[in-house]
Design a protein around this ligand. Structure first.
Ligand SMILES: Cc1ncc(COP(=O)(O)O)c(C=O)c1O
Length: 365
């Protein structure tokens, strides 16, 4: 039997009746933009996150750009981030008018190397954007230390990490502002696009709230160039339901990770989970130099798998003027050449995990 990388249909089936009731109720209410569900979800998300306030936006990419703009980042500024991430991370920096500056990742967690940040700071640096990659929070205390020492803001790209924890705190609450994506494949995923900006400072959250509606304070007077970027009521109504089960879903993902740890061949590198972190396995990423052989064996056995960010951001054509070449960020290059996501979702069974592990083993035979 084929094993899928994700299981959106299965997750839907689990909540089907409740989702359909909630969607019908929105449709019948006639309140489809910035109504009670967006407000309710923002409040519930803030409570979950331990933040002061949250702002539902149209997608994670807009959320990152809005967060930077709320912090006053713009043309002439530099923002330090990682090249081993989805394009939206540096793209959002560029959208704000600032320049993305790449630093390498750590070889085990694949998240930003806090020591590398120091070396990349210039008088133009305004912010750091760590990415909680594949569901693991970056080392927020170390990032915060460097940022504070140099007067930089931190925007946490938590798009892949709803529910993960670091030092007892939630991913998304670890920077000045945190940003999520509810793209359907995310561990907390909607049925369309959606995103959230969350934070501890009322002033910053309010600024993000204004930016999502054309930068206006009162929706009548326009003093800024903002965005038209709102989470919609249908998505918010569904996300509120999922919020009630996300910890359970993340727990089931963690159990699948335990099974993988048991059944995968020893030589395959598993996702690192340092002390004090919990991982939510948005993706379960293995690493091995023979990644392509493993992928071929998986394909043969109808086990879905996918390599991510194989051309990392510093080598993308859009950033060619930065002049980066292979070797500038060795840990990024290595991760790009060896990673492979294998199936991960809350409905995987132990038998399916064994099937996947057998396919991986066959690839290394
Ligand atoms: C790390 C990261 N940042 C940003 C985004 C952008 O989110 P969205 O697709 O909702 O715009 C994504 C997801 O696509 C992501 O994985």
């Amino acid at each position: 039997m084929a094993v899928g990388l994700m299981d959106i249909k299965g997750q839907y089936a689990e909540l089907q009746d409740r989702i359909e009731d909630a969607v019908l109720s929105v449709l019948r209410s006639g309140r489809v933009i910035l109504g009670p569900n967006v407000k309710g979800f923002e409040e519930e998300a803030s409570t979950y996150m331990g933040t002061t306030g949250s702002v539902g936006v149209a997608n994670g990419t807009d959320g990152l750009t809005i967060a930077l703009r709320a912090l006053g980042v713009g043309p002439g500024d530099e923002v330090i981030t990682v090249p081993f991430t989805f394009y939206a991370t540096p793209e959002a920096i560029a959208q704000s008018g600032a320049k993305p500056v790449f630093v390498d990742i750590l070889p085990d967690t694949l998240c930003i190397d806090p020591d590398a940040i120091k070396a990349a700071i210039t008088p133009r640096t305004k912010a750091v954007m760590p990415v909680d990659l594949f569901g693991l929070p970056a080392d927020a205390n170390a990032v915060r230390k460097v940022a504070e020492a140099h007067g930089l803001s931190v925007v946490e790209d938590a798009c892949q990490a709803w529910g993960a924890t670091y030092d007892g705190r939630r991913a998304g609450s670890l920077g000045d502002l945190g940003v999520f994506s509810f793209f359907p494949t995310k561990n907390l995923g909607g049925y369309g696009d959606g995103g959230l900006v969350t934070g501890h400072s009322e002033v910053l959250v309010q600024r993000a709230r204004e930016l999502r509606f054309h930068g206006s304070k009162d929706k009548k007077t326009f003093t800024d160039i903002g965005f038209n970027s709102r989470l919609d009521e249908l998505q918010a109504a569904i996300l509120r339901l999922e919020l009630g089960v996300i910890d359970e879903w993340n727990g089931r993902r963690a159990l699948v990770a335990e099974w993988y740890d048991e059944y995968l061949p020893d030589e395959v590198v598993r996702p690192a989970v340092p002390d004090g972190h919990t991982h939510v396995y948005h993706l379960y990423m293995i690493r091995h130099p023979r990644r392509d052989d493993i992928a071929a064996a998986c394909k043969e056995r109808q086990v879905d798998c996918a390599a991510y960010y194989t051309t990392p951001m510093q080598l993308q054509p859009v950033f060619a003027d930065m002049g980066h070449k292979l070797g500038d960020f060795p840990n990024t290059d290595e991760a790009a050449a060896t990673n492979l996501a294998i199936p991960m979702h809350p409905n995987l069974t132990e038998e399916q995990v064994k099937e996947v592990a057998a396919a991986v083993e066959a690839g290394l035979a």
